[in-house]
Design a protein. Structure first.
Length: 215
């Protein structure tokens, strides 16, 4: 009896080893997926302008040109002398603008450096921050710097031209924005003569919608 039991156990092990058993029916579905993520992207445009102040050497009056400087022919014909200027240009790094305010002095008008921004993101954006800062030990320049942004033509998807762009403004693909960094008129204060100052403007755009649970 013991030999028969051992023999039966050996047969069972052998059947298991050779994979003998009952087959089951199968079927399958294969799914492939392709994912493209969107972007939040605000870019520097290619148009820049500024403020150019001349002295008329005949009348001794100020002559202001904006957004472009006077031509060489105009300077010669009207006997003009360039005495101060403000202008903007694309920075060396992407998404940067360099602005220069040269030989400014007290006037009855602000000095402006202008640029255009373009919203190229595929995901609608929202202006999160507009910050003006300086690393100067004496931050006097911050009392005079103002940043002005407005929706510019061509008409954007949702906002009319000249709509102010402030913190919270929604931006959509192909929106153009005029950017003006204004140096307000300096007072007749002798302590402001012959100074060097620097500042930076940081404009932050984030996606318009925060994370929300699905419905």
């Amino acid at each position: 009896m013991r030999k028969i039991t051992i023999m039966a156990l050996v047969l069972v092990l052998c059947l298991g080893a050779i994979g003998v058993g009952y087959a089951s029916w199968t079927d399958e579905i294969i799914i492939t997926g392709d994912v493209e993520t969107g972007s939040v992207d605000i870019e520097v445009g290619s148009i820049f302008s500024g403020t150019y102040v001349y002295k008329d050497l005949d009348t001794h009056e100020l002559v202001v040109f904006g957004p472009n400087p006077a031509s060489a022919a105009r300077i010669e014909a009207d006997n003009l002398l360039l005495v101060g200027s403000a202008w903007a240009q694309a920075g060396a790094a992407d998404d940067t603008i360099d602005m220069f305010f040269h030989n400014v002095f007290p006037t009855c008008f602000p000095w402006k450096a202008d640029a255009f921004l373009h919203y190229a993101g595929s995901v609608p954006g929202k202006v999160k921050a507009i910050e003006v800062t300086t690393t100067d030990a004496d931050p006097w320049i911050l009392d005079y710097v103002t940043v002005i942004m407005k929706i510019a033509p061509p008409l954007p998807n949702s906002l009319p031209t000249n709509t102010p762009v402030v913190v919270g403004t929604q931006l959509h693909n192909c929106d153009d924005i005029s950017l003006v960094v204004r140096l307000d008129p300096l007072p007749q204060d002798n302590t402001l003569q012959d100074l060097d100052a620097s500042f930076s403007v940081r404009i932050v755009v984030e996606q318009w919608a925060e994370c929300m649970p699905p419905p």
